[in-house]
Design a protein around this ligand. Structure first.
Ligand code: NAD
Ligand code: UGA
Length: 454
């Protein structure tokens, strides 16, 4: 068995994860493959115009690209060169047929399994990096090992990094999870993957943080961890509405709840609801699994997390409508932030997209600004009239009736809000759905201010 690694799928997961694996394992060659030639060209671009924005990523890629990290569309030869194969292809929610709107669409990983089988020229360890329904590894094994000359051992190594902090999360993870079959080969394969995360000379993840389980526990833990985090966001947002109605303040409530170490302070920030490519998809996947196994009450419980999240975005538009005298038609609203969170250009499932569509239905003249997400946003909202994009937040706010803050970019509290106020139509409203601005200071300037949960 050689030590080389290939990852199939060069997206938000494949790119950063393999870059850090290459950095921490200079004695291994790491190949990252994709069918999307444009994406691979961007990973290879001379000026490091990488296909995704992630703080610190460029520096890691500069350090290892061309030394022991290689981006390529030649999946066939990469599979031949490497005995350890990570699969990091996309697993979006299925939008057709059985399980539409809930189940994972597994066509990409199945295509990958067949590619691996066709190209392999020896025994391989295949590692699921994508987030997959429980027992997917069994299906992958069945495809790979059916009438194959070589032996494939399938492991699950789900990824817990968050976008915006991917490099930090990868360099010092809370834990690494490796699930493997409880067989001699399975245990040997798990040891191989543990060695990768230990890094060269044991300089990466401490051994006690590398947790090993059976394959099904690993697959389910990934869905469960995302569902628990999403559930916390929905819970705090459910309390936010109650705060608005009663005069309580959600930031105070969250601060005091979070001081209880049993509850903890993370993921208690009220806002426009969770976005991103995974929370909704993974909770829906859990709902589908529960339904499949006849656990209907559990399915309904997890569905509530999504229902609450959708409701939060509708509530934002309703409150804006009410505060702007029950008519939004022809009013100019400047949306500050379109990415689903700060420090990423990713707009998949962004709450801002959902709110923008609702405002568009009300015939708002919407101007959207974002430091990193304008290109993705333009693609998402293509075909909608009445929406313009503006890099400069000051220009976006000029003559606007309201500023609607949707992403907590650190640039926004630092803006000159007096200047913004002067340039806006009166009365001027700021709806800060992230509670990231100084509401008191804004009120002093003359703004009407709305927050979430206050
Ligand atoms: P992505 O869409 O950014 O990247 C997936 C890539 O796989 C694409 O570039 C696509 O072209 C490629 N691909 C698809 N089929 C292929 C094939 N047959 N051969 C070669 N390449 C192929 O998706 P992502 O955000 O990187 O997510 C990938 C997986 O990782 C998903 O299952 C997701 O749930 C999981 N995940 C993502 C994150 C995240 O932060 N984005 C975090 C943890 C887990
Ligand atoms: C999330 C998980 O945090 C990762 O562990 C996981 O690997 C990843 O999903 C995945 O599987 O893709 P990510 O979606 O990148 O990571 O970002 P988060 O920081 O979790 O934020 C998700 C959403 O929740 C964002 O829209 C964020 O603004 C929102 N959020 C988060 C809140 O509204 N309040 C909070 O307190 C925390």
């Amino acid at each position: 068995m050689n030590k080389n690694i290939v990852c199939i799928g060069a997206g938000y997961i494949g790119g950063p994860t393999m870059a850090v694996i290459a950095k921490m394992n200079p004695d291994r060659k790491v190949y990252v493959c994709d069918i999307n030639a444009k994406r691979i060209a961007a990973w290879n671009s001379k000026n490091y115009a990488l296909p995704i924005y992630e703080p610190g990523l460029v520096d890691v890629v500069k350090e290892v690209r061309g030394k022991n990290l290689f981006f390529t569309t030649d999946i066939k030869s990469a599979v031949k060169k490497c005995d350890i194969i990570f699969v990091g292809v996309n697993t979006p929610t299925k939008m057709f047929g059985r399980g539409a709107g809930r189940a994972s669409d597994l066509q990409f990983w199945e295509a990958t399994a067949r590619e691996i089988k066709n190209y392999a020229d020896g025994d391989k360890i295949v590692v699921e990096k994508s987030t997959l329904p429980v027992r997917t590894a069994a299906a992958m094994e069945a495809i790979l090992n059916d009438s194959a000359k070589y032996r494939f051992t399938v492991l699950s190594n789900p990824e817990f990094l968050a976008e915006g902090t991917a490099i930090k999360d990868l360099l010092s993870p809370d834990r690494v999870l490796i699930g493997g079959p409880e067989t001699v080969e399975g245990r040997a394969a798990v040891r191989e993957i543990c060695d990768i995360y230990a890094g060269k000379d044991g300089k990466w993840v401490e051994r006690y943080k590398i947790l090993t389980t059976n394959v099904w526990s690993a697959e389910l833990t990934k869905l469960a961890a995302n569902a628990m985090l999403a559930q916390r966001v929905s819970s705090v947002n459910a309390l936010a509405g109650l705060c608005e109605a009663t005069g309580a303040d959600i930031d105070e409530v969250a601060r005091v709840m979070g001081a209880d170490r049993r509850i903890g302070s993370k993921f208690l920030k009220a806002g426009p609801g969770f976005g991103g490519s995974c929370f909704k998809k993974d909770v829906l996947n859990l709902v589908y699994l529960c339904e499949t196994f006849g656990l209907h009450t559990a399915a309904e419980y997890w569905s509530g997390v999504i229902k609450m999240n959708d409701h939060q975005q509708e509530r934002i538009v309703s409150r804006l409508f009410k505060a702007m005298f029950n008519t939004l038609a022809n009013k100019k609203i400047a949306m500050f932030g379109f990415a689903f969170k700060a420090d990423t250009g990713d707009t998949r499932e962004t709450p801002a997209g959902y709110v923008a569509r609702l405002l568009n239905e009300e015939h708002v003249r919407l101007v959207i600004t974002d430091p990193k997400a304008i290109e993705n946003g333009k693609r998402d909202l293509a075909g909608l009239d009445g929406i313009t994009w503006e890099k400069d937040p000051y220009k976006a706010a000029k003559d606007a009736d309201a500023v609607l803050v949707m992403t907590d970019w650190k640039e926004y509290p630092a803006l000159d809000w007096e200047k913004i106020f002067k340039s806006m139509r009166k009365p001027s409203l700021v709806f800060d759905t992230r509670n990231c601005l100084d509401a008191g200071a804004l009120k002093k300037i003359g703004f009407r201010v709305l927050n979430v949960g206050k």
